[in-house]
Structure formats: C-alpha cells, structure tokens
Design a protein around this ligand. Structure first.
Ligand code: HEM
Ligand code: HEM
Length: 154
C-alpha cells in the first residue's frame, strides 16, 4: 500500500479518518452531555448518574487525542500550502480557530476550571464542538465547488 502525502489535496483515506474521528468526538460529547445533564437513574443507594457516562467520556478523550494528531498533520502540510493560494480562507481559518478553542477549553476542563467556571467552560466547549462538523462541511463543500469552477474554466 502506498501512503499518499497530504498537500493542498487531502488524500481520501485521510479525509475519511478525519471525518470518522470528528463524528466520534461529536457523538460521544453530545451523549456525555445528555447523560450528565438530563439523566439520573435509581440506584441501590438512591438517584445516581447513568453508568454509560464513563464509556462516553473516555471515548471522547480517545477521539480528542486522535483529533489532535490529525489536526497537527494538517497544520504541517495542507494549511501552509493552502494559505498561499489565498482561497477559501474564511471558513478554513474558522475551523482552525474552533479546533484550537476545543483544545484549550478541553485542557482547562481537565486541569484548570474551578467549580464555577467549569460550567461556563463546559457550555462554551459544547457550543463550539456542536458547530465543528458544520464549519468543516462548509470548507470541504466550498473546496469542491472551487475545483469544479476551475475545471470548467480550463
Ligand atoms: C485543519 C484545518 C483544515 C482541514 C481539516 C481542511 C480540509 C480540507 C479538505 C478535506 C479539503 C478538500 C479535499 C481536497 O481538495 O483534496 C480541503 C481543500 C482546500 N482547503 Fe482546506 N482544510 C483545512 C484548513 C485550510 C486552510 C487554513 C486553508 C487556507 C486558506 C485551506 C484551503 C483549502 C483550499 C484552497 C482547498 C482546495 C484545494 C484544491 O483546490 O485542490 N484549508 N481542505
Ligand atoms: C476537537 C476536538 C475536541 C477536543 C480536543 C475535546 C477535548 C475534551 C476534553 C479534554 C474534555 C474533558 C474531559 C473530562 O472532563 O474528562 C472534553 C469534554 C467535553 N467535550 Fe470535548 N473535545 C473536542 C470536541 C468536542 C465536540 C465536537 C463536542 C460536542 C459537540 C464536545 C463536547 C464535550 C462535552 C459535552 C464535554 C463535557 C464537558 C463538561 O464536563 O461539562 N467536545 N472535551
């Protein structure tokens, strides 16, 4: 098997890996939020949290590590090459900023947030996370349209 480099073009296998990782991160994040916020079950010692919370947040952590590896690969390849084309900057930079915010707020959820600020940081992280797939979809769809336009012109 020949591994293709990521350049201005992003190899299909890498794209699938990125989309699958983002989907895992999104689903596990939302699942954890719903279980944590809305669901309590009757345990032997009174009301308690749903036991699926733990697998949800540990899957989320795994997906977060994967996202950071894949994001790092993009920052070292596609991003500097694509920047020079001066095209599609708005939504792609929005995506880069949004992922960076997830890393910063994710880190502070682990280590920094006090009880009060944890709630605000958590909601901010959830809101930005909710939008991530939409932002990436806009970037990828505009890239496809841009390519089509180029092909018609030549
Ligand atoms: C981590 C952030 C980013 C991700 C995940 C990402 C992802 C993608 C994907 C999946 C494609 C379509 C696949 C392809 O054309 O081969 C694409 C195309 C493109 N991206 Fe990004 N992108 C990112 C950041 C950026 C940035 C910062 C720019 C800079 C302006 C940019 C500019 C472009 C351009 C110009 C294309 C079209 C390439 C072509 O015509 O072949 N992207 N990007
Ligand atoms: C790009 C990547 C992301 C990174 C690096 C990331 C990282 C993290 C980290 C480190 C935590 C703390 C885990 C803990 O407290 O044990 C966390 C929690 C969380 N994440 Fe993410 N995450 C990302 C994307 C997302 C997305 C896409 C969503 C959902 C839409 C999301 C929703 C959540 C929620 C709801 C929590 C729990 C917040 C709380 O404890 O109040 N995250 N994330």
């Amino acid at each position: 098997m020949k591994l293709k480099r990521i350049t201005l073009k992003v190899p299909k296998t890498f794209q699938y890996l990125l989309f699958a990782t983002l989907a895992t991160s999104w689903c596990s994040g939302i699942t954890f939020f719903i279980l944590n916020r809305f669901i309590t079950i009757e345990g032997d010692f009174g009301p308690q949290k749903h036991p699926w919370q733990f697998p949800a947040i540990s899957t989320h952590g795994l997906a977060a590590f994967m996202m950071m590896i894949l994001f790092g690969a993009m920052l070292a390849s596609h991003v500097p090459m694509a920047w020079q084309t001066k095209k599609l900057r708005f939504w792609s930079i929005t995506f880069v900023i949004a992922v960076s915010l997830q890393i910063i707020t994710g880190y502070s959820l682990y280590y920094l947030a006090s009880e009060d600020s944890r709630e605000i940081t958590g909601y901010f992280h959830l809101a930005v996370g909710f939008c991530l797939p939409i932002i990436l979809a806009i970037h990828v769809i505009s890239a496809a349209k841009n390519r089509k336009k180029k092909n018609v012109a030549h």
